[in-house]
Design a protein around this ligand. Sequence first.
Ligand SMILES: C[S@@+](CC[C@H](N)C(=O)[O-])C[C@H]1O[C@@H](n2cnc3c(N)ncnc32)[C@H](O)[C@@H]1O
Length: 316
Amino acid sequence: MKSFKEFMEERVKEYYSSTEIGKDFFTAPQLDKAFGMALCDHIYEFIKNLSFPVLFELGGGNGHLAYDILSIFKEKYPSVYSQLTYYIYEESFYLMTLQKNRLKEFEGKVFWTRELMPMEGVIFSNEFFDCLPVHVVKDGKELYVSDNKELWGEISDERINLFLERMNYKDKGHVIEVCLECIDFLKIISQHLLKGYHILIDYGYTSDEIHRYAGGTVVGYKSHRLVKDILKETQLFDITAMVNFSAIVEYGKDVGLETAYFGNLRDFLISSPSFLEELERLSSSKNPEDIERLSRLKIMLVSMGDRFKVLVQKRT
Ligand SMILES: C[S@@+](CC[C@H](N)C(=O)[O-])C[C@H]1O[C@@H](n2cnc3c(N)ncnc32)[C@H](O)[C@@H]1O
């Protein structure tokens, strides 16, 4: 018997050890470079006055976002580019190899690591926190998995009860997912980020919206469809849980990460001059490639725009 959290952790590791992004689901950086353009507008403002800024990406996927960000900085902000260093924090050797191939032209500028280091700059991620495993609890019991079946048992970690109390979730009477790893990760981020910002982009909810997810948010994806029964599925599949942004904001305060911006992805994208310019240019183009790109930008704005949120935390 294992806790659901252990089950999820194993599945995530197994999945990324041999699967590239795009097989079972798409991410925004993979859809179009305009996502990286928008992020760069914001990142530039955060690092333009630092002498040796570090850009630290959590979970690099196929390396698209790193490629876009480095290309944009090289072309648009050459003096900042010459001073910056880019790190990718990646667990999967399989994906690291894909990233290294895609980023060959940035050799000496981009590095891979499994540890954070003291830095000034920006730590950021897209769809990283949703991979971190969650404890699933309901009515004072925690979910375990035994022989591919659900089993409800004792709460495995006292921090779960403290979390439920602090977030006022004790008497909700429905499933609550508790991501202690997210909280631990925030602490690691704040310990290493001496000066700068943390940007977290992911699909998620706030405490005000939690009632919409009374059955929980954990889902599996296989070939761009939802997996029917994640406990019984024998093939590799992606498993994720939506991010509890209220918890990230609340626990961020404990470790000196103060909310500087919180909104949905659509607002974040359209607040970027580069994204808007690109949208305008593509909208007036007759070129088939541009028309295709325009439809991808629309997917980003419409189907991802509300579901995804952007949280920017400043290291105080
Ligand atoms: C859903 S993908 C997102 C990839 C990329 N950010 C994008 O938007 O295309 C999650 C990424 O996080 C990595 N990852 C997941 N859990 C991790 C962990 N515990 N430590 C380091 N990397 C992890 C995966 O290997 C993968 O690169």
